[in-house]
Design a protein around this ligand. Structure first.
Ligand code: GCW
Length: 713
């Protein structure tokens, strides 16, 4: 009997070591595999001294203790006073002893931290400290990360302060638990059972976010439902806020502009109407009675059918300022989205947000941020940076990225997004001369703004592993890490994430990191090479459909964007065309405006190019297009090979999942390639170059495919 239990336990342990459903994300805390290193760590850590009793300190302590227990396979004593090799965590104000270390915390602000090997009471200790409890918590997560990633901890001198103040997730989650553009199941917000039932997920969500520095969450879809502003929902929101609070995470909501009419019984939502202003003042004040540290609101107005100030002949500034005035007494902020474009406006969609918002620069209240998508159209696989960056020096701009992969293969394709994020951050706006990067616009340093922010549209759902694709977790991770430190490289973040999430083995890290780093570029090339954009299926945005010309609006039609005919392809945005380039600084315009020198990655974004145009490779445009599509598919096949060689280094669950998903990705890459090339060939009238595998079907077949139940729509 006893023996069989022992055997069972043994089998279970083996199983659990080799199975991983991904739920733990990058906070796995499995035992350190390297025996020598584990011994070193064990020698270097005698216990924890962790004074303080705030909910943040208690949560951080519990993370540290359980993290170390997992990593070191040993329960650590909580010490009453630091001993030799203690981990000492806290602020100078929680313990005299910490104050006695005299660590200069003047540079770390109210969220930063210092981790330093110091001598306390004559004993060597590791001190994790900051000005605030949340700073200490961030430091604890950093310290755990060092161990998880098998780094040295014997002589630490780390100082870290976030570059960006508001580091946010935007959930496009609806009250019925569907998630707009969500591909990982339903919303994790179980509205029906809130506030009574608090799912463990809420705490784990908060832990995951805190561990990467995310400090705010917008719970609801920007296509907003006014009901979330009513009492029963505010009670639910308050319950969530309570779970998140110890982790330094503030809650924000989306506000439907017409709420005063829909739930307030008013006749109008005119932002200049005193009744409307008063209604919002009361409503906001009411929200603060439920959530005293409520962060503020995010508004999508006069965009894609959402109501807004323009319904009453008012400007975006009038609308935003109305909310700002209601929020200001409580310290809340307004995040007003610049994602606006109208089918009725005859101008290039690319230009419309700039046209509307640039003239409003300086007209917003101090607690308004204008939230701008990374590019001018809509989260395409590759976009030039949004021309509003650098163009509104008098207004703090909040970067909006899309972490969920609406246009990036949804939850099926392995696409590591940090290179996309970085490409935009590193782009030079030249607004104040060379070096005026988007990163400097966003972190406030270029125009001296202290209110700064970066948001990512979340890719989180109730799938067991949160994000559907195991590698999509990396994009959530990357968003948080980059918002904390825009200077990190994509490679650093990938390296870190892989070690925490999978393994520290070099034989794993080296090839898989390489695979991650190339994944975004090759996705661009099998979907929208050479600057093609917006050629996906209508509505659900799944798969290729460059032929679509009958969407509900012309600016939703792929043909609007690629403009292919028998002579040329691409959108002329130079002075001979829509002249969108004039929205950039002269240096940027110059970079793109000449068809012969424009970086080819952006060629068809800015030019209508002859099929015969000679590319840098020497090939003509048609042949180059074929080359890009075909070589990208080859690269996906190489990705598969790389992954397949990792069987021994990955737990069986995730190995198989990624393997299956890569196989689907390969099929879909072939689908994109064949559908797009057959379609464009109907204009170019040129053959596929010799030696390429032939499409399995004809164009009519690809055009006949329908996906009525594709997710996220
Ligand atoms: O990318 C588009 C999406 C819409 C989304 C919109 C937006 C929330 O297709 O689903 O609506 O952008 O950002 O507002």
């Amino acid at each position: 009997m006893k023996l069989s239990i022992i055997v069972l336990v043994f089998v279970f342990n083996c199983f659990s070591a080799f199975a991983d459903n991904g739920y733990r994300l990058w906070l796995r805390y499995d035992p350190i595999e390297n025996v020598q290193l584990k011994q070193q760590y064990n020698n270097a850590i005698s216990g924890v001294f962790y004074p303080g009793s705030s909910s943040t300190i208690l949560a951080a302590k519990s993370e540290l203790v359980s993290g170390l227990k997992g990593l070191l396979s040993r329960q650590l004593a909580e010490q009453q006073a630091p001993a030799a090799n203690s981990i000492v965590a806290g602020t100078p104000s929680t313990a005299k002893l910490i104050a006695s270390a005299n660590v200069d915390l003047s540079a770390v602000g109210n969220e930063g931290y210092i981790i330093r090997t110091v001598s306390l009471n004559g004993k060597k200790t590791t001190l994790i400290t900051g000005n605030t409890d949340i700073g200490v918590m961030y430091g604890v997560y950093h310290f755990l990360r060092l161990l998880q990633a098998n780094q040295q901890i014997s002589n630490l001198a780390i100082t870290s302060t976030p570059k960006i103040k508001l580091r946010l997730l935007n959930h496009w989650d609806n009250l019925d638990r569907t998630v707009e553009r969500g591909y990982a199941g339903f919303s994790i917000w179980d509205w029906h059972r809130l506030p009574g039932y608090l799912d463990q997920r809420y705490t784990d969500y908060a832990r995951a976010n805190a561990s990467i520095g995310i400090n705010g969450t917008v719970l609801t879809n920007v296509n907003a439902n006014a009901l979330v502003l009513t009492k029963p929902y505010l009670e639910k929101v308050s319950a969530l806020a309570k779970v998140f609070r110890p982790y330094g995470i503030k809650v924000y909501l989306t506000a439907r502009f017409s709420a005063p009419v829909e739930i307030g019984g008013l006749k109008s939502a005119d932002p200049l109407d005193p009744l409307v202003q008063e209604w919002w003042k009361q409503k906001i004040a009411e929200i603060y009675t439920y959530i005293p540290d409520f962060g503020g609101i995010l508004v999508k107005a006069n965009s894609e059918g959402q109501p807004g100030p323009q319904n009453y002949g008012r400007s975006h500034a009038d609308g935003a300022n109305m909310f700002a005035d209601a929020l200001a007494p409580h310290g809340g902020i307004v995040m007003w989205r610049a994602f606006v474009y109208s089918n009725e406006t005859p101008d290039d969609r690319f230009k419309q947000a700039y046209n509307e918002f640039k003239p409003l620069d300086g007209k917003f209240r101090k607690n308004v941020m204008v939230q701008v998508k990374n590019g001018p159209i809509d989260f395409q696989p590759r976009e030039p940076f949004h021309p509003l960056f650098g163009a509104m020096p008098g207004t703090p701009l909040l970067m909006e990225y899309q972490v969920t992969q609406e246009y990036l293969g949804q939850a099926t394709h392995l696409v590591y997004e940090a290179p996309l994020f970085k490409e935009v951050l590193d782009a030079d706006t030249y607004s104040k001369g060379a070096g005026s990067t988007v990163a400097k616009v966003i972190d406030g340093s270029l125009d001296q703004h202290s209110l700064t922010g970066m948001a990512g549209v979340a890719n989180i759902g109730n799938d067991i592993n949160w994000t559907g694709h195991p590698f999509a977790q990396a994009n959530w991770y990357a968003l948080g890490r980059l918002a904390w430190n825009t200077g990190l490289s994509s490679a650093q973040i990938a390296d870190e994430w892989l070690r925490l999430t999978f393994s520290n083995k070099t034989a794993f890290i080296t090839p898989v990191k390489k695979l991650m780093l190339s994944s975004r570029d090759l996705m661009v090339n099998y979907m929208t090479p050479l600057g093609l954009h917006h050629i996906m299926g209508n509505g659900h945005h799944y798969g290729p459909a460059p032929w679509t010309n009958r969407a509900a609006r012309a600016d939703w039609d792929p043909v609007y964007y690629h403009r292919a005919d028998s002579i040329a392809i691409g959108f002329d945005r130079t002075a001979t065309g829509s002249n969108a380039l004039a929205q950039y600084a002269p240096e940027v315009r110059k970079l793109y405006e000449n068809v012969n020198t424009c970086p080819e990655d952006y060629l068809l974004w800015f030019h209508r190019v002859l099929w015969t145009h000679k590319m840098k490779s020497g090939r003509n445009l048609w042949d180059e297009l074929c080359f890009k599509y075909y070589s990208a598919v080859d690269s996906v096949r190489l990705m598969q090979q790389t992954w397949n060689a990792q069987k021994a280094n990955v737990d069986a669950d995730r190995f198989e999942q990624v393997k299956m998903l890569l196989a689907v990705q390969e099929q879909e890459a072939v689908w994109w390639r064949d559908a797009c090339l057959l379609y464009f060939q109907s204009y170019s009238k040129r053959p596929l170059p010799e030696g390429y595998e032939k499409p399995a079907h004809n164009l009519a077949y690809y055009q006949s495919l329908r996906f009525p139940y594709a997710p996220g729509n």
